[in-house]
Ligand binder design. Sequence first.
Ligand SMILES: [Zn+2]
Ligand SMILES: [Zn+2]
Length: 151
Amino acid sequence: MSEKYCGGPNFEEYVVCPYDKVHRIMPTRLAYHLTRCAKNFPSSKMVRCPFNTTHLHSVTNMQLHVIDCPDRAALERYKLPDSMPPAEPRPCEFNIACSEDWDAEPPAPTYDPKKYCETELVIRNPQGAPPAARRQFRERERRRFLESQRF
Ligand SMILES: [Zn+2]
Ligand SMILES: [Zn+2]
């Protein structure tokens, strides 16, 4: 863009100040210059590149810059921690869903076993135990009666 604007032997190595195109700054001193130059342009709407603080562009240009920023790949690792916070609400939503399920589930499992045991006992008692118990009781009573008669 404006880099070839001022063709000079060393100008290509200089960086055009985003605040004032007249400023040509050595890349090594760019950060220092921007910090100082920003104070001279407090009303500037320049925004800092998230990948390099020396990359200053307007919001519109920054949206295009961040796509092609050369420092983006180098700082790609730092994007991973940044991508974590947005993912945190999801586990919270799952926890909420789980808590809702926990509130709904406990009554059922604790209630069903009781029902199951009760029905099982109810079924067992009339079918099995009482007749057998009656038979055993009758046999015991017969033996006691016979034994009592013998003695
Ligand atoms: Zn400047
Ligand atoms: Zn950048």
